[in-house]
Design a protein. Structure first.
Length: 86
């Protein structure tokens, strides 16, 4: 892969926070939109971007799961509601 504008580009995905992964993904999209990257580097950037997208989606899903709780009604669990942190 060509030299990246982000220091996180060489980090494994599991070491990236959501914010770092999103920033790197935005940088990749910007580089690809410029059209000045050769074909091989474009493919590598696209693959890294796909992996970053999946990583961000997984992080969001994990956060969503942490913020939900089961609502117990008279007949047991009846649904989910957002977690009230207060």
């Amino acid at each position: 892969m060509a030299a990246s504008t982000s220091k996180s580009a060489s980090k494994p995905l599991d070491e990236l926070s959501f914010e770092a992964a999103l920033k790197e993904l935005e940088e990749i999209v910007g580089r690809l939109e410029q059209g000045s990257v050769d074909l091989e580097d474009s493919i590598a950037l696209y693959e890294r971007g796909q992996a970053l997208k999946a990583h961000c989606e997984a992080k969001l899903k994990a956060a969503e799961t942490r913020l939900e709780k089961v609502v117990a009604g008279p007949k047991g669990a009846s649904g989910l509601e957002p977690l009230d942190p207060s």
